[in-house]
Design a protein around this ligand. Structure first.
Ligand code: SAM
Length: 265
């Protein structure tokens, strides 16, 4: 059993990049009539307590969501993300942070489906509780790499599939496994889109990005000298032709916020 728990890192700068990008992409796709099935391989606990021991211990969220929570003049994608977080806190001081499953649950419609894999028993229990009000969400306990492939193998063809792969990268092999799975999924279902998040590390590990995929990569100051994470990357695999222009607009806003560092295709 791996030990990573996202509660220590929830709301950090990488989460702001990842969740802003995810919210913007899902909002874009939810404008189309076709129903969506959103599948997340590594869902986490869904909702994070920023007043709790884990978040307080690192304080990483202060440089992330904490820095933008009351900021005026944010670019639209960031303002929309901040507003989602503010709604979870009834517009008051920030205490809790929606993770990607709650962000997706709010962005999608009743006719859409969310399939959420989480392996850690305590995180899964929390995920089930967090998703209780989302009747279109199906938390599944188990391995998300295998589970996601199963959903892509046997899915309702009326739905467009949107995958999100967000491992903890505790294992170095995740840098290969995540993009390899994404490529396999979009080969299997050519009109699917699959997003992969990865950490930009000072030690240089990276994921292989296909020609034709869309890459949003930002850099930021590391939380402290012991940290290797110096940025955050999101790659969109699949047929992005019709969405390339709005994806660029989202990325431009993120680049401006984080201050550059782009390497995009
Ligand atoms: C980075 S966190 C997810 C954060 C979440 N996506 C978010 O943005 O709110 C990664 C999660 O993957 C879980 N995990 C690790 N290995 C897994 C596996 N093989 N299948 C499913 N979940 C796994 C961990 O317990 C952890 O909760």
């Amino acid at each position: 059993m791996l030990s990573y728990q996202h509660g220590f890192h929830a709301g950090n700068q990488a989460d702001v990049h990842k969740h802003t990008f995810l919210l913007a992409v899902l909002s874009l796709l939810a404008k189309k009539a076709r129903p969506l099935t959103y599948i997340e391989s590594h869902a986490g606990r869904g909702l994070y307590d920023l007043t709790g021991e884990q978040a307080q211990k690192t304080g990483e969220w202060r440089e992330g969501i904490g820095a933008i929570y009351e900021q005026s003049g944010l670019a639209t994608p960031l303002a929309r993300y901040r507003d989602v977080v503010a709604r979870w806190n009834r517009g008051e001081a920030i205490m809790q942070l929606p993770g990607s499953p709650c962000i997706a649950g709010g962005a999608l419609r009743k006719r859409d489906r969310l399939v959420l894999f989480e392996q850690h028993p305590a995180e899964f229990k929390a995920l089930e509780q967090a998703m209780v009000h989302y009747r279109h969400a199906e938390p599944m306990r188990g391995d998300g790499f295998d589970g996601m492939l199963d959903v892509f193998t046997d899915h309702d063809p009326r739905h467009r599939l949107i995958g999100m792969i967000d491992p903890s990268y505790e294992l170095k092999e995740d840098f290969d496994r995540a993009p390899q799975l994404a490529k396999r999924l979009v080969e299997r279902v050519p009109d699917a889109l699959v997003l992969v998040w990865y950490p930009v590390l000072s030690t240089g590990e990276a994921i292989a990005v296909d020609q034709g995929s869309f890459h949003s990569r930002v850099t930021f100051n590391r939380h402290n000298q012991a940290h290797r994470m110096v940025g955050s990357g999101m790659v969109v695999f699949g047929d992005i032709a019709e969405n390339r222009r709005p994806l660029k607009v989202i990325d431009r806003a993120l680049q401006a916020h984080f201050g550059g560092g782009a390497t995009r295709t």
